[in-house]
Structures are given as C-alpha cells and as structure tokens.
Design a protein around this ligand. Structure first.
Ligand SMILES: Cc1ncc(COP(=O)(O)O)c(C=O)c1O
Length: 396
C-alpha cells in the first residue's frame, strides 16, 4: 500500500513554479545532492568495498557524471549502457559487464570499449569467451534465492553452489581465468541475512577451490539489494550492512570485495511531480486521474513491485476514500487505491517519492502520453545554482 503524506497547501507552490517552467508537463526531478549523499552513505556502511553503480536502475547522463566525479565504478549489462558511459567519458577500466547471458556482439562491444571483466553462470557462456581468453577475466555468478525479496534475481540467473568447483575447473581447462564469484541476494532485500548467507557460502567456495584446484579466487562481488523506503521507512543503511561487514571480515585477505548497487543510490534521488488532470466521484471513492501513471514513471509498481510514497497538499483536515489513477485508457493504470485523501482539485500536484530506481528506466509512452521530463537539480559544475527543493514531507 502506498504511504500518503498530507502537507500544507502552501508547500505546493515550489512544485507549481517548477511545472510552470516546464509547460505543465509531468516531471521527474533528479537531485544530484541526494545521489551523492546515498553514495557516501553506502560507502561508509561498506568500507573497502568498491561500488559499481548498476546503470539499469536509472540510465541517465547526470547520474553517470555525478557518480564518476565521486570515483564510482559502473556495472554495465548492455551495449546501450556502454554507449551512455562512453558519451560521458567514463573510464572503461572501472567497469564490469554483469549480464550473465551475452550475445557475441555484446562481448565485442564491451571489449572494444575497454571492459575486460565479465560475469558468467554456465558452461555455454564460458565457452563464448574462449576466443577472447587472453583479454578477459570472468566472475562466476552463484544463485542464492531470496523468496522474501520482491525481486528475486537468483531464479533466472546464477549457478548452484555445487556447480562452482566443476565450472572453475572447466574454465581452467579452456584456458580461461575465473577471477572470482558474484551473486545478487535479491533486490530491495528486507534484511541482510541472505547477503550474509551468500558471503559465507562464497567464502567456503573460495577455500574449496583453492584446496582442490590450487586456484585463488580474488574477487567477491556481493551485488545489489540494498533497500530503500517504499511501503515502510528504509532501514538505516549502516545497521543493514553491519552483519555484511562482519561476514566480509572473515574472507581471506587477498579477496577484493565489490558491490553493484542500483536502487539504493538512485531511488531516493528522484521525485515525480504530477498534476491532477481530472476527477470523478464513483461509488467506491473519489478518483483522481494524474498525467503520469503505471505506464509511465510509476511503471515500477508493475515491474518492480514497488509502492511509492505519495505526498499531496491541502489545508483541509477531513479525508475521504480515494483512488489515484494514471492517465491512460487502460484499467490497470491505477497508482494507489484504498487510500484516504483530503478533497483535491483539478490542477493540484501529487508528488511521488523514492522514484529514481526502475521508474523512468521502464516507462513507456503507451497511448502516446509522453514520458515525464527529467529535470536535473544540484548537479556540481552544471552552472545552475543549488536549489533546496525536496524538503517537503519526504518519508525516509
Ligand atoms: C546483475 C545486477 N546487479 C545489480 C543490480 C542492482 O540491484 P539493486 O537495484 O537491488 O541494487 C541488478 C538489478 O537488477 C542486477 O541484475
């Protein structure tokens, strides 16, 4: 269920001004200051762990520029993402290709760019690298299912723990260098217990491979999964990572640890600003139709199983049963139901929080409603003054 925050009407003025500057179009406001804060927050919670931003969460040039300036590395999964990095002048040495299933041209594009670390999870994929064996290092992705995560990334990808020694041996026979292991413990993980379990299992595998094959696996990629606050407030990132830090401390010293955060870095950095374009009294509730919905910026409510916290502005204390819907003609296009809102007017703004990850990235223009315009604020060196903007009713 979407959390709803009701703020004084006066606080809507800044959003109306911004909408006026953009011809009243639906907006996604990307705050680079917030992005920077998130990056530092995770860095502090995972000292010594190199952060590879998972571009898929929000493939936007300002995100790449901001994170590059902070010294971040990048997790790429497609040639399109490589192109984005190339345009922004990112260093190819600070990238790794993490899609476990690749076409020949994906491999060639990545190599041409200068990326030399690739993730694989089965023998067919390992074999694709034979002709490039002198130029690449591979990470073997291991599956650690997490039924408690809304996005379990260990069903479609990852080999079983028992397969690891044999795959390492087969790669070795083919002249390929397996540099280490990777996993994804499930996106928006409710707690870090699956990360800890996966790290412990990987530590045992690293030991086993060293004993059996005399091979040092020197990288452990602990993936993403660091949560943000949707239907409930986000856990404190330092508290979330404390058990991960403890588990990592027991890894052999030669193992370098990296992570691939997507959601945690960008979700809190983007805010949807939409306008009520129509309303109707129906038997069950008052329906408000926004100019953005689940075919647009709220697409993550379908694909990513997220329910974004909403803010409306009103000085009326009384609330009534309400539904917030998107603009398209399809009936699935409903953002929030079973909520209580004060009466809203056509032209009022509705704010969606925590909307940076897997939102714009999967938005469509179904019905030919144009996608929201992304407005970048507080980007260092972009020449614009800093805007103190996102201070109204931000749930954690
Ligand atoms: C391979 C890989 N790495 C990292 C991520 C980012 O995960 P999260 O957004 O949970 O941090 C994903 C998400 O799909 C992924 O597939």
């Amino acid at each position: 269920m979407n959390r709803v925050c009701i703020e004084p009407a006066a606080k809507a003025a800044r959003y109306h001004r911004l909408l006026d500057e953009h011809q009243g179009k639906p907006l996604l406001v990307l705050d680079c200051d917030k992005l920077e804060q998130q990056y530092h927050g995770l860095q502090n919670a995972l000292p010594g762990v190199e952060l590879y931003y998972a571009i898929k969460a929000l493939p936007h040039a300002a995100v790449i520029r901001t994170l590059s300036t902070l010294g971040a590395c990048f997790d790429i999964a497609t040639s399109g993402e490589i192109e984005l990095l190339r345009e922004q002048g990112a260093n190819p040495r600070l990238t790794m290709h993490t899609h476990p299933i690749k076409r020949d041209r994906d491999i060639r594009d990545a190599l041409r760019f200068g990326c030399t670390t690739f993730v694989v999870d089965n023998i067919y994929e390992i074999e694709k690298f034979v002709e490039f064996r002198h130029r690449v290092g591979l990470l073997l992705r291991v599956s650690f299912p997490n039924p408690r995560s809304p996005v379990d990334l260990s069903r479609k990808f990852g080999c079983r723990v028992e397969e690891v020694p044999l795959l390492v041996q087969k790669a070795q026979e083919l002249g390929l260098h397996i540099k280490g292991l990777s996993f994804h413990a499930g996106s928006q993980s409710p707690d870090s217990s699956n990360h800890v379990y996966a790290i412990e299992q990987c530590a045992a595998l690293i030991e086993q491979v060293q004993q059996q094959a005399g091979k040092l696996l020197s990288i452990l990629d602990i993936g993403g999964g660091f949560p943000v606050g949707y239907d409930k407030p986000a856990p404190d990132i330092d508290t979330f990572c404390a058990p991960i830090r403890a588990a990592l401390a027991s890894l052999p010293e030669h193992v370098q640890v990296v992570a691939e955060p997507g959601r945690y870095l960008v979700a809190p950095a983007m805010t949807a600003v939409s306008t009520v374009m129509g309303k109707a009294k129906r038997s069950d509730a008052t329906w408000y139709y926004l100019d953005d919905g689940v075919y647009g910026s709220y697409s993550g409510q379908i694909y990513d199983h997220a329910t974004y916290p909403l803010t409306v502005f009103s000085d009326i204390e009384q609330t009534e049963s309400a539904v917030i819907a998107g603009p398209t003609c399809d009936s699935i296009d409903v953002v929030a139901e079973g909520i209580e809102l004060p009466p809203l007017n056509i032209g009022d703004v509705v704010i969606g929080r925590q909307m940076g990850a897997y939102t714009a990235a999967s938005a469509t223009d179904f019905n030919l409603f144009e996608r929201a315009t992304i407005v970048v604020i507080n980007e260092k060196g972009a020449g614009e003054g800093n805007i103190v903007f996102l201070d109204a009713g931000t749930p954690a």
